[in-house]
Design a binder for this molecule. Structure first.
Ligand code: AMP
Length: 424
């Protein structure tokens, strides 16, 4: 982690962070703290527990990482002292990447632990006594039970995307991991939504937490949502139409099954698009290759199942296309969180068939408003998909959006689409 020093002040100077971290922050190009960072960094530095209701894309990694890095630097000694648990390998890798950037000028060591790859390198890295362990619960538990990972010195625990961990069935593993941590530690829990199981875990884990609730736990305001009515048999043509529009730059396209993701990626490649698929049947090496290719813009279409739906920050994604509707309303907010990052505008476009009525009703109840319907000429729906009357939604406060009238804009081949500006 080393050289090239810039010294211009940033809005981060007032937190009293270690100078080595301030250099890392400058190099990362962060000028001013994000709201979640303003809220979380002082509480984290005070050693308080934190409950963060925020999704990825808000800047939460730096929010939890900077205070813990500061503490590690101010009281140096070697042992795993910070444990960060994340639901997917992709998110664990992304968190580790961000920490590596921020800690570039320090000598702190970190290991990333997840399944699907050999344990050998991870075990070797653990023998160097890294201060920071970032991992997915399954492999962390395996290494713990094999006696390769020692968690008796953990001072800070971060549970990231706790709701997703719950969805993936990790709560049992997490509870086992918690049982081997020392009682006297700081806990930070982040979750975009608060299902009751996560609420219960938070109640057990956190003591008098500082609660940070961001308005943009809801889909980012920079995202333009639209439903496009289409029959199942025309989805593929509609996709061609959307990716052929002038404002299209790049997309994550979500399908319901691994098989559909694989097939659609192959079809798009055959049709001459720079598309790649990512789904759970691929090896870790193949998944890494796909993500790397998408990040480096070798590919501009990533066809994915929900495995990559949360947590992945791919800057500059212009479209999220739900080729199939997500299984749950919660999954919708997570999927569309892949775009509209960092004040860039994004388009979240969901293909809806006549079969998707009950999903639509539940989703609109959850977000507290109806989602704009768009029609694309030549792509008639099998049935009319009506708006759900606005109901007092349970998350009305956090998700409220003005109810939208059906609109015929961007996807209308008649060319009445509004122009779209990109910031940044
Ligand atoms: P996260 O929610 O942690 O995944 O962060 C989303 C993206 O925002 C990442 O690419 C970060 O590097 C970036 N980011 C985080 N904090 C800041 C900041 N204060 N200024 C600019 N970019 C930031």
């Amino acid at each position: 982690m080393s050289s090239s020093v810039s010294t211009s002040p940033t809005g981060f100077d007032r937190f009293g962070l270690n100078e080595l971290l301030l250099r890392g922050i400058r190099d990362a190009g962060f000028e001013n703290p994000r709201p979640i960072q303003n809220e979380t960094i002082p509480a984290g530095l005070d050693g308080r527990d934190v409950l963060g209701l925020a999704q990825t894309g808000t800047g939460k990694t730096a929010a939890f990482a900077l205070p813990m890095l500061h503490r590690l630097l101010n009281h140096p000694y070697q042992a795993p002292r910070v444990l960060i648990l994340a639901p997917t390998r992709e998110l664990a890798t992304q968190i580790a990447g961000e920490i590596r950037t921020l800690a570039k000028y320090t000598r702190l060591k970190m290991v990333t632990i997840y399944g699907g790859v050999s344990m050998r390198n991870q075990i070797n890295a653990l023998r160097n006594e890294p201060e920071i362990v970032v991992g997915c619960p399954g492999r962390v538990l395996d290494l713990l039970q094999q006696g390769e990972l020692h968690l008796g010195e953990i001072e800070t625990l971060v549970l990231d995307e706790a709701d997703h961990m719950f969805d993936m069935g990790f709560l049992v593993d997490i509870r086992k991991i918690l049982a081997s941590l020392p009682g006297n530690r700081q806990n930070l829990l982040f979750s975009a939504t608060m299902p009751k199981e996560v609420r219960r875990l938070a109640d057990e884990l956190l003591s008098s937490p500082h609660v940070v609730e961001l308005a943009d736990s809801a889909p980012a305001a920079t995202i333009e949502h639209a439903l496009v009515m289409v029959s199942e048999s025309r989805k593929r043509d509609l996709l061609e139409h959307v990716i052929g529009e002038p404002e299209f730059e790049s997309a994550i396209v979500f399908t319901r099954t691994k098989h559909r993701a694989k097939r659609l990626a192959e079809q798009l490649s055959k049709a001459g698009h720079r598309a790649v698929g990512i789904q759970g049947n691929l090896s870790q090496a193949q998944r890494d290759r796909a993500m790397r290719g998408f990040r480096s813009r070798q590919f501009n279409i990533l066809v994915a199942t929900d495995i990559v739906a949360r947590g992945i920050d791919v800057s500059g994604v212009s479209h999220v296309i739900n080729f199939d509707v997500p299984n749950t309303p919660e999954a919708y907010t997570h999927r569309i969180g892949r775009t509209g990052r960092a004040e860039c505008e994004g388009i979240a476009c969901t293909f809806v068939t006549g079969e998707d009525h009950s999903w639509l009703r539940a989703t609109e109840r959850m977000i507290g408003s109806s989602i704009t319907r768009r029609q694309v000429e030549g792509f008639a729906p099998d049935t009319t998909v009506r708006s759900v009357p606005r109901a007092p939604a349970r998350n009305q406060e956090r998700y409220a959006r003005p109810a939208a009238q059906p609109q015929y804009g961007r996807f209308d081949s008649g060319g009445r689409g509004r122009g779209r500006r990109r910031a940044g």
